[in-house]
Design a protein around this ligand. Structure first.
Ligand SMILES: [Fe+2]
Ligand SMILES: [Fe+2]
Length: 381
């Protein structure tokens, strides 16, 4: 059972290779970093970096609108050279201050695009002032192009897979809560938990980002659950419960089939996805399904997703219940910490209340859709 993708072909290892060959020509470039952009939230997230010595930051996020200099680059498609970061010491930008504190003195930044849409930024940093001369920048344009292709290729199969699932879901007339705002929120709770646990668990940005991308697919197997069970308004019989629970095995089968057709681009990260789908109904004390595994035998990505998923189910209105307050939902999760849920994941969520509220503000609760499934799910707690 694997949690974190550490194989040599991971995107991070590829970036480190590019950085190493770049340094043979341009030894003054001590850091290369990539941030990816989410146009739905206007957030910029550090994705990966390759750094000699101390990293100025990992797992950093900022709203693009709050960083006007980058927003301007995104609009103009221009690159930016800062010859002496010292001149910006009084800048309010956290990003700039951290760079200075860790010894960086000059930087080169380039936005990159996919089909005309902003995909992210590549940052090159040097500890020498005025390192980015015309000659250096000419060299770098090739490398920044290569790096942006690497990132787009790494992330596109994941988003293609998500689109494929969205289409399949629409075709199968699955009209439950697993569309829309629930997935927006729960995937962000999952990312927040992963990010909070990152230091302790040794998770890199790449792992955190893939948990976010794949969390919405946890219930993909429900596509194969018949409507008479999935959409049944009342209580499920024992036999219907069994059918409902089969969504886990059906989900794993769907993922394996899709992984085959999407090929190697996704292969490196498919374990994160498969673990989420396969183990999101396991319980920390071993009382869950389908395997009945316990504790840290349950892959971390699945422990994270189950907390994120249930928290959102509790705090949203369902046909059979009002939305619980965050306080009440945290209290229940606390009660179940160490039993149903990993206590560290619960704590990572409940210790970040302002962050939780920001996610709730950004992705307003939607009402009115038929939401039968989580009734069964909650009864199952
Ligand atoms: Fe599920
Ligand atoms: Fe869910």
């Amino acid at each position: 059972m694997i949690g974190v993708s550490t194989d040599a072909t991971s995107v991070r290892a590829q970036l480190e290779n590019v950085h190493a060959s770049l340094r043979e020509e341009l030894p003054g470039i001590e850091r290369v970093a990539v941030a990816v952009y989410d146009d739905r939230t206007d957030m910029l997230e550090t994705f990966i970096h390759s750094t000699d010595g101390d990293a100025p930051f990992a797992l950093y996020e900022a709203k693009l609108a709050d960083v006007p200099s980058l927003a301007e680059l995104a609009r103009s498609h221009e690159e930016r050279i800062i010859g002496d970061l010292e001149a910006l010491r009084r800048s309010p930008a956290h990003h700039t201050r951290r760079l200075l504190e860790t010894g960086y003195r000059s930087s080169y930044t380039k936005p990159f695009y996919d089909h005309g849409e902003l995909f992210g930024f590549v940052f090159f940093d040097s500890q020498q002032t005025h390192y980015f001369t015309d000659t250096v920048v000419r060299h770098l344009s090739l490398y920044s192009h290569l790096i942006s292709l690497l990132i787009i290729n790494a992330l596109t199969p994941a988003s293609m897979l998500r689109s494929a699932v969205d289409i399949a879901r629409e075709m199968s007339h699955l009209r439950d809560e697993e569309t829309g705002a629930h997935l927006d929120r729960m995937s962000r709770y999952a990312r927040m938990i992963a990010r909070t646990l990152a230091d302790r668990e040794g998770l890199d940005d790449e792992f955190v980002e893939f948990v976010f991308l794949f969390a919405p697919l946890h219930d993909v197997g429900k596509i194969a659950v018949p409507d008479r069970v999935l959409l049944k308004p009342g209580r499920l019989t024992a036999a219907e419960f069994e059918i409902m629970r089969s969504h886990v095995d059906k989900g794993v089968a769907i993922i394996d089939k899709m992984a085959d057709s999407f090929g190697v681009g996704l292969a490196q990260h498919i374990d994160i996805l498969r673990n989420i789908v396969q183990f999101h109904h396991e319980s920390f004390d071993g009382s869950g399904y389908p395997a009945g595994i316990a504790g840290r035998d349950i892959p971390l990505e699945a422990r994270i997703v189950s907390v994120a998923d249930v928290f959102d189910a509790l705090t949203t209105r369902r046909p059979y219940k009002e939305a619980w307050s965050n306080e009440d939902a945290f209290a229940l999760l606390d009660d179940l910490a160490g039993k149903k849920f990993d206590a560290d994941c619960v704590e990572a969520l409940s210790s970040n209340r302002p962050w939780v509220e920001r996610i709730q503000d950004r992705f307003r609760l939607t009402h009115g859709a038929f939401e039968g499934f989580h009734e069964a799910y909650l009864e199952d707690l």
